[in-house]
Design a protein around this ligand. Structure first.
Ligand code: ADP
Ligand code: ZN
Ligand code: MG
Length: 458
């Protein structure tokens, strides 16, 4: 059996960078490189960091608590040195390294032990092929979560990682528009193999492929790792290649950061964050099952995204629509139209009241499911009242109402009436056309013609 441990990186959900006031709004792409910068995040001579972003620390503490970690009482920033163009200061500010006290330690999440979680800043984006550096993301606040080597298979890693990421996005602690970034450590203890570290895997598929490739590779006697090494994964070939052995590992020359004060984390602050901790999807699922008596499977689908489950609760609590009807229409049809238009629910404006009206019409069998799907398709980007919309299209078959319209047409078209009376059949068609136009095509054609002829009195 394999022994696998993870180091996971996530962007904390903050508005500003860690040590300056530059934008840290993710998802939104900056059109031009190097337009979201200041002297601090580009390390201009003489610049000093501002005090670390409070929201970043707050979100990091929330994550540590969600992962059931013990929170340490101080943060001592470290300088981790290396010389690459993506790091203009020549060091990364972090709370990791041999002298650091991690923010959170000794946690557990869904059966896997959490070694520690800590904060650090993101370097810039550097393209070694053309030498271009973009400092727009330089200084974004990151959290790194390190697990104990408790995993034994790729599928177990994937299941857990999926739930971890879902939980962090759901609780709005990390940015929802971002994917996975993880290092995977893997060894085969039964063969007395040493540990291999796979760097920078950026999707669940890559994590899975890389683990499975490594297990097969390490089992070959000639490939069994005898010393620790770091390897890179090539997405194109699905293979890993050696980057360096651990003996050659860089010396980061860690020192405590003299430009930043030690930050005390008071117990009372942690307790306050604890008591306002956002609900996790696991807790939400339990609540949904209990409160609305729905199946766990449906509750899990609803809870994939916070805005969807919020919408569901809105619909259910403010209407008499049966949950049995609401669930497939939200998890199936609503998600279908959103996916089709490549939009998230919070990027369009769908009024729950309009959605309720639609479900009501289906429930009372006023419209068919097919018709309802057609209406729902038109809810993007803005919903409307399906009832009002239908009234616009329903046929007018009441003779009184049609007669009123006919009278008006007769009054307004004396020329066509004369023509008709002098034997021009086309004039009659013209007049019927006017009735249809005035009624917005809602008058019953046959009735309209009959009433018209009667009114023309011939
Ligand atoms: P670093 O990567 O900086 O050397 P550590 O030595 O603390 O840091 O290791 C980090 C990761 O390696 C953790 O995710 C841990 O679970 C994993 N790990 C430690 N020992 C093993 C092992 N024998 N097999 C697989 N993974 C391991
Ligand atoms: Zn800046
Ligand atoms: Mg490592």
């Amino acid at each position: 059996m394999a022994k696998i441990g993870l180091e996971i990186h996530g962007y904390l959900n903050t508005k500003e960078k860690l040590f300056c006031k530059c934008d840290a709004v993710h998802g939104k792409k900056f059109v031009k490189p190097n337009t979201n910068i200041c002297p601090i995040c580009t390390a201009q001579p003489g610049s000093k960091p501002m005090l670390p972003n409070k929201t970043a620390i707050e979100k990091a503490i929330q994550i540590c608590l969600i992962l059931n970690c013990k929170i340490n009482s101080k943060l001592i920033w470290q300088r981790k040195h290396y010389n690459w163009p993506d790091l203009p200061k020549g060091f990364q500010s972090t709370i990791s390294g041999p002298y650091a006290i991690p923010l959170g330690v000794g946690g557990k999440f869904l059966g896997i032990r959490i070694t520690e979680a800590h904060l650090e800043e993101d370097p810039a984006a550097w393209n070694p092929l053309n030498g271009e550096v973009d400092y727009n993301k330089s200084g974004y606040p990151l959290i790194e979560i390190v697990t104990e080597p408790d995993f034994t298979s790729s599928s177990q890693v994937i299941d857990w990682l999926k739930q971890l990421i879902e939980t962090l996005k759901y609780t709005k602690t990390i940015d929802k528009s971002l994917g996975v970034k993880a290092d995977v450590n893997i060894s085969l203890p039964e063969l007395k193999g040493e540990r291999v570290e796979l760097k920078n895997l950026n999707s669940l598929t890559n994590v899975k492929t890389a683990i499975e490739y490594e297990i097969i590779r390490q089992k070959k006697p000639s490939e069994l790792p005898k010393i620790q090494e770091t390897r890179a994964f090539d997405e194109k070939t699905g293979k890993t290649t050696r980057m360096r052995t651990k003996e050659q590992a860089e010396d980061y020359r860690f020192i405590s950061e003299p430009d930043l004060p030690v930050i005390k984390i008071e117990k009372s602050r942690v307790n306050k964050i604890k008591s306002n901790l956002p609900e996790t999807p696991q807790e939400k699922v339990k609540k949904l099952v209990k409160k609305y008596k729905i199946e766990k499977r449906s509750a899990k689908v609803l809870t994939k995204r916070p805005e969807i489950v919020e919408f569901f609760e809105d619909v259910i609590s403010s209407s008499k629509v049966p949950t049995k009807l609401a669930i497939p229409w939200i998890t199936g049809e609503l998600l279908r139209v959103l996916n089709y238009s490549k939009k998230e629910l919070d990027e369009v404006s769908i009024n729950p009241q309009h959605f309720i009206e639609l479900l009501d019409l289906i429930n009372k069998k006023v419209i068919t499911e097919l018709k309802a799907k057609e209406i729902l398709n038109k809810f993007i980007p803005d919903s409307f009242s399906p009832l009002k919309e239908m009234e616009k299209h329903t046929k007018i078959s009441s003779e009184d109402e049609i007669e009123k319209i006919v009278k008006q047409v007769v009054k307004e078209n004396s020329k066509a009436i004369e023509d008709y009376k002098s034997g021009n059949e086309n004039a009659l068609n013209f007049l019927v056309g006017q009735i249809m136009k005035l009624s917005k095509k809602r008058a019953d054609f046959k009735t309209a013609k009959e009433i018209l002829i009667k009114n023309l009195g011939s």
